[in-house]
Design a protein around this ligand. Structure first.
Ligand code: HEC
Ligand code: HEC
Ligand code: HEC
Ligand code: HEC
Length: 118
């Protein structure tokens, strides 16, 4: 009997894990503040305005379940380039490609204050 209960509990637990890993992480609803290391006003980012992109196009470590850019991209470059370059830098910057008017792939040119909201 004890063994049966143990199996039942184990089975329930496994089904639970199966379900939770089958559901992909949801993007946060509404605007969030991107981690900030400098003097410039923090950046407001709304996933709902970026629903066209695949998650991995920005979250390149998605396979490891790591979503927070600033967990790895800090104020200064380390193993990963600094967060400012990850966002801004020509060619590598994830935000620059779509939002800098000088980018060949620009879809919506933005000004500093459109992202760095006080
Ligand atoms: C498309 C959005 C976007 C635009 C437009 C933008 N930035 Fe940023 N910027 C970011 C993101 C994202 C970061 C990284 C997060 C942070 O540090 O706040 C950042 C970081 C920075 C940083 C380093 C962090 C800090 O607080 O000092 C500076 C300086 C900066 N931006 C200046 C500017 C200036 C100046 C402009 C206009 C010429 C500009 N940014 C336009 C998104 C943007
Ligand atoms: C255009 C780029 C971009 C796209 C596309 C994108 N995200 Fe994000 N996401 C971000 C940025 C920037 C942050 C803020 C990271 C930080 O503060 O370090 C963020 C934060 C998150 C966070 C919160 C992390 C935390 O712990 O605070 C989750 C979860 C997340 N994204 C999931 C998703 C999912 C799921 C998708 C696809 C449906 C997606 N994102 C698409 C740029 C993007
Ligand atoms: C688990 C750590 C980690 C997380 C989380 C992470 N990165 Fe990175 N990222 C790195 C490392 C390490 C590199 C440098 C090596 C490489 O290119 O893989 C890098 C490289 C980059 C590059 C340069 C790529 C190129 O083509 O040269 C950009 C841009 C970038 N990351 C943006 C982001 C953004 C935006 C987020 C969040 C949406 C993010 N990263 C989340 C670790 C991370
Ligand atoms: C694949 C292209 C693409 C990338 C990459 C991208 N964006 Fe956007 N972004 C858009 C589009 C398209 C809109 C307009 C959405 C709308 O109007 O509904 C937008 C809207 C915005 C807005 C609102 C602008 C306004 O005032 O109307 C902000 C702020 C913004 N993005 C910040 C960012 C930041 C920060 C990053 C990098 C982490 C980023 N975006 C990366 C395409 C992109």
């Amino acid at each position: 009997m004890k063994k049966l209960i143990a199996i039942a509990i184990a089975a329930t637990f496994l089904v639970g894990i199966g379900i939770s890993s089958a559901i992909a992480t949801d993007a946060p609803a509404g605007a969030i503040k991107v981690g900030n290391f400098g003097e410039k006003a923090v950046v407001s980012f709304d996933h709902a305005q970026h629903a066209d992109g695949t998650c991995i196009s920005c979250h390149h470590n998605e396979a490891d379940g790591k979503y927070k850019c600033t967990e790895c991209h800090k104020g200064e470059a380390g193993e990963a380039i600094k967060i400012k370059d990850a966002a801004h830098k020509k060619e590598v910057g994830k935000c620059w490609g779509c939002h800098n008017k000088k980018s060949p792939t620009v879809v919506k040119a933005l000004k500093c204050k459109d992202c760095h909201v006080k």
